[in-house]
Structures are given as C-alpha cells and as structure tokens.
Write a protein that binds this ligand. Structure first.
Ligand code: CA
Length: 408
C-alpha cells in the first residue's frame, strides 16, 4: 500500500502543485473537474466516494462534483483552501494509489476544456520593460513611459467570449491595415503577434464593489499561462482614441491547468522598487509580497525563442484587482485579468515578436536557420511556465499552444 502522491507524482506535477482542469474522459464522459498529479488527470467526482479515501464535507462535495471550476470560484477563499486540503489528504492517504489510479486517465488521453466560464476580461500592461520597448518604437522622441504609467496599472476591458483553451487553432484575423497612402486596405493581418502573459483567475464576490488592496489576494484563485494574440497592424490603425478593439479580440488562449495561489507560496517575491509614490489604494509597501517568480518560455514550432521573467512585473495582481474595482465596479467569479505582455530587461526575455524583431525592422533567426519577424501561417506557438515550489520542488504550469491557420 502506498499513496497516490508517492506513486504518481512527477517533477513539476507533485502533490504541492495539483492544478485544476476540466476534461472529457477517453470514453466521452464528462466534462468533469479534476486535478493533475504527475501524468494523470484525476476526476475529483470519482474520488469523493472512493474506498480508502477520507470523505469530504457536503460543501466540498458540491463544488468538486462539477464540470469545471465555476462553483468553486463562486464559493470563495475559505472553500478554495478547504477543497485543496481535502484533495491533498485524499491523494496522500495510505492506500490511495489504487483508487486514484482506477479513477484517473493519462493526461494525453483526455480532452481538456476551458477550465472556467470567463466572466469579464481585463488586459493589463504591467511590464515596465514591455511598455518601455513599445514606447521607444512608437514615440522615439518622447520618454518611453507615458506620464500615467507608474501611477496606475494601465488596462482595458477585453472580450471574454473569445478566450479559448490551449490547442484551439487561431485563424489569421482580417481587418483594416494602415497603408502609406493614408487609405487603409482590408485583408489578413500582416503583423500577427503573440503576447506572453500570465492570466489571473478571480473568484468570490464583492457585493459592495470595491475590493481594497488588503483583501484583493482573497479574490485571486489562481494563475494560468496566457497568449493574448494581437494583430499589430489592425491594432495600430484602430486604437486611437478609444484603445484596442478588433486587433486583440479575435482570440486569446489560456493553458488548461489552473495553478492555485496556494501552490505559489514559494514563488512570491517582492515587486520591483517603486520609483513613484503610489496613491493609498495602490500602495503595497507595507503589505505582503505579491510579485511572482514565474519564468515563461516562448517556443516557435518547438524551439525556444524567449524566456520572459514575470518577477519583473511592476504591478502585482492584487494591485490590478484593487484598481479594477476602486470606482465601484463589481467583481464576479470567473473574472480574468491578463498581466500584459511580460518582457525582461534582456533581448532574450521579450514576450512579443513586435519586440523580438523591433517592430519588424530586425528579423531574428530561429534555431532552424529561418528568419522571422511576425507570425506565419502554419506556425505553432507554445508558451510554458514554471515557478519554484516548496522545499526545492518545481511548480509546472504546463503550456498554452496555438497554431496559426490561414485567413478564411
Ligand atoms: Ca495583452
């Protein structure tokens, strides 16, 4: 007799991680809510009454016997902790190895779905190096950061309905592209790009609207890897004066396994030094650290081109939550915030092809010897991420992948 954790854990997907996903079993049943342990997708519904596994409370049973995370997200912080404690007990109980194995499927045999219903989506702009790079390219005669950037976490409301799960093909979007003549042309984007980001999955309810910074982390359920595909030509023509629209709304891809904030305690670090005094509602100087030492990795057709470091993000997820709600806007379970493209100070840490190719002016060479600037039809883009876990372990986020298909 042994425990499921001992029998099935793999580096990155041990019992200290246990990310949540929603999947259909190989026989077509489901979708069900589950966790990943090693290379197993464990359906939680089938653990609830398994022999040799401690029975959960009715409240836990209700949130876990579900097709996805929606009920758990709505149940709030205490329920998140209770559920994780029970799942951990279940998978570390003596003799849990055989019931867990009997209930589970190999990860590669299940069909993964969007793990929660996206409520509202906000896209941030929290990376100083990214914002500076964009500023240098677009406004070379001005300071790289706009005057507001270090006073508030810049963002806009995006399109929740086109957030898709990893593996969903991404057709090249069409739209109006700027032309030297001044008259735009209509056609497929010529400057299709990625944005390597973290996605923050929110839950609980805030009936009064405003979520103070001291309580914001209570609404942060977990983190995914996020590719916020962007058509730079369409975006560049349309965004004045109201902001991004069709250049960003055609698809945004999330990784299928949601890593909980409870699994990220060892990854929490202080954010970069603040250069400007912050308004009281954003001032986290005396609060817990919510920088996240998560390293992303961007691959083109399986070859690494960049490793953006999320610990360099100037703004934290709790600050973005406090900012989003400070005007009284309510938060809903399933709300989703993108960090904004993550770029570090070095060239090989840039999180977009816009930056890697410096606006297309500096094509870069792939390992295969091919040069590229923006995305080509048929290319597959994968973004992976890892973070330090407790006691020298690793927390693996898995990956988000998408392949560009030709415009229809
Ligand atoms: Ca974005």
């Amino acid at each position: 007799m042994t425990t499921a954790a001992e029998a099935y854990a793999t580096p990155g997907f041990g019992v200290e991680n246990l990310p949540y996903g929603s999947f259909t079993a190989p026989d077509g049943s489901g979708p069900v809510l589950g966790v990943r342990l090693g290379n197993l997708a464990v359906p939680l519904e089938r653990l609830l009454d398994a022999p040799g596994i401690p029975a959960p409370s009715d409240a836990i049973r209700r949130t876990l016997a579900a097709p996805n995370l929606d009920l758990l997200l709505a149940a709030g912080r205490q329920s998140w902790t209770d559920a994780r404690v029970w799942i951990t007990e279940a998978l570390t109980a003596e003799g849990s190895d055989s019931p867990a194995r009997a209930a589970s499927h190999p990860v590669e045999a299940v069909t993964l779905h969007l793990p929660f219903t996206v409520a509202d989506y906000v896209d941030g702009y929290a990376s100083e190096h990214h914002a500076s790079n964009i500023g240098k390219m677009f406004r070379p005669d001005q300071p790289p950061l706009l005057p507001n950037w270090k006073h508030l976490p810049v963002g806009y409301h995006g399109r929740a309905g086109t957030i898709v799960v990893s593996g969903t093909p991404v057709p090249r979007p069409k739209g109006l592209r700027p032309e030297p003549s001044g008259t735009p042309s209509f056609g497929p984007s010529r400057r299709l790009d990625i944005e390597a980001e973290l996605g923050f999955v929110l839950g609980g309810t805030a009936p009064a609207g405003e979520v103070p910074l001291t309580q914001a982390a209570d609404h942060l359920f977990g983190v995914v890897v996020f590719n916020d595909w962007s058509a730079r030509d369409i975006q560049g023509y349309e965004y004045v004066p109201l902001g991004p629209y069709l250049g960003k709304s055609f698809a945004s891809s999330v990784s299928p396994w949601v890593v909980t904030t409870d699994a990220l305690t060892a990854a929490r670090v202080g954010p970069p030094q603040r250069d400007m005094p912050l308004a009281p509602y954003l001032d986290d100087d005396s609060l817990e650290n919510w920088g996240l030492d998560i390293t992303l990795e961007v691959l083109v057709d399986g070859r690494t081109v960049s490793q953006p470091p999320a610990k360099t993000l100037y703004w934290t997820a709790p600050q973005m939550i406090a900012h989003m709600t400070v005007n009284g806007a309510s938060l809903r379970p399933g709300d989703f915030i993108g960090s904004g493209t993550i770029s570090g100070p070095n060239v090989h840490e840039r999180g977009s092809f816009m930056e890697l190719s410096w606006g297309g002016a500096e094509p870069f060479t792939l390992d295969s010897g091919r040069t590229m600037t923006f995305l080509e039809d048929g290319q597959s883009i994968t973004i992976k991420a890892t973070a330090p876990g407790p006691n020298g372990t690793v927390i693996n986020f898995g990956e988000v992948e998408g392949r560009i298909t030709p415009a229809s």
